[in-house]
Design a protein around this ligand. Structure first.
Ligand code: SF4
Length: 267
């Protein structure tokens, strides 16, 4: 599932560490499990990412300026640790969210991971943050069969040229992503668009994404969840890639969101 280069190619740029079976899964931010004390548990299977988004807060991808290694976690170790964490939390309404300091869509054991998570007693939802472009329709079908319930889609514009610029990858094709979204919806996977708003760069794109999300009629599963969750751009204090824009205050961001919500009748 690696598009935009092979893992061997990234190995030419920097070391790729396969996390050994039995390695503790809590405490390392680059891989494993993050529990923030809610009913959502974060699972981080890999740091690999073929894109180099201009605002990436974790400075991922081939153009990373501060990474010396990438990690690929061991799926069985990850699942065993997750099972323990879910049991420890003692609740039956757990959402497991697959994301991390890279693109989980390129994790080589993704289907097995999703299937394994779904089998854990107490897990009700399996969701994943992804840019989606790396899958073929058949691979999407496998993810649906394995039990993926929702995709939180990272998509910052529908404009193909701007999408290439923001993603830092001339081969990134946002039109293909739109097609894959429709296929995911047909397969019963819910999709929520979650763009990062970069003021002065993709302002009108927020409206375009909302219009598109509403036109599909399926994002957010027809009103069950908001179809679009706009994220505020926050330059990372250390290490992340920074974009030269005037950063909105939380107050400004709140006002803009309220106006978008009113104009476009978002939930
Ligand atoms: S923002 Fe996400 S997709 Fe973009 S470079 Fe960073 S990890 Fe990769």
């Amino acid at each position: 599932m690696w598009r935009g280069g092979s893992i061997n190619e990234i190995e030419r740029i920097r070391e790729v560490i396969r996390v050994e079976r039995g390695t503790p899964q809590i405490g390392a931010l680059a891989f494993g499990i993050v529990d923030r004390g809610t009913n959502i548990i974060e699972v981080r299977p890999t740091t690999l990412c073929p894109l180099s988004c201009i605002y990436c807060s974790v400075n991922a991808g081939p153009r990373s300026t501060n990474r010396w290694a990438e990690f690929i976690d061991d799926p069985e170790t990850l699942l065993m640790a997750l099972d323990e964490v879910v049991r420890f939390k003692g609740t039956r309404d757990i959402e497991v969210h697959i994301d991390g300091m890279g693109e989980p869509g390129v994790y080589p054991y993704l289907v097995d991971l999703i299937r394994g998570i779904k089998e854990i007693d107490g897990v009700s939802v399996v969701s994943m943050q992804t840019r989606l472009y790396m899958f073929t329709p058949e691979e999407l079908r496998e993810l649906a069969r394995a039990g993926l319930d929702r995709i939180n889609l990272s998509i910052d514009t529908l404009n193909p040229g701007l999408a290439k610029k923001i993603s830092g990858a001339p081969w990134y094709d946002v039109n293909r992503v739109k097609e894959l979204v429709m296929q995911a919806l047909e397969l019963g996977i819910n999709v929520i668009a979650s763009p990062v708003w970069l003021p002065g760069i993709n302002d009108y794109d927020m409206v375009e994404i909302i219009k598109w999300a509403k036109e599909t009629g399926g994002l957010g599963r027809g009103g069950e969840l908001p179809p679009v969750l706009i994220q505020k751009y926050i330059p990372h204090k250390r290490g992340g890639r920074k974009v030269r824009v005037r950063v909105m205050t939380w107050r400004e961001f709140g006002i803009e969101l309220r106006s978008l919500r009113m104009n476009w009748a978002l939930n």
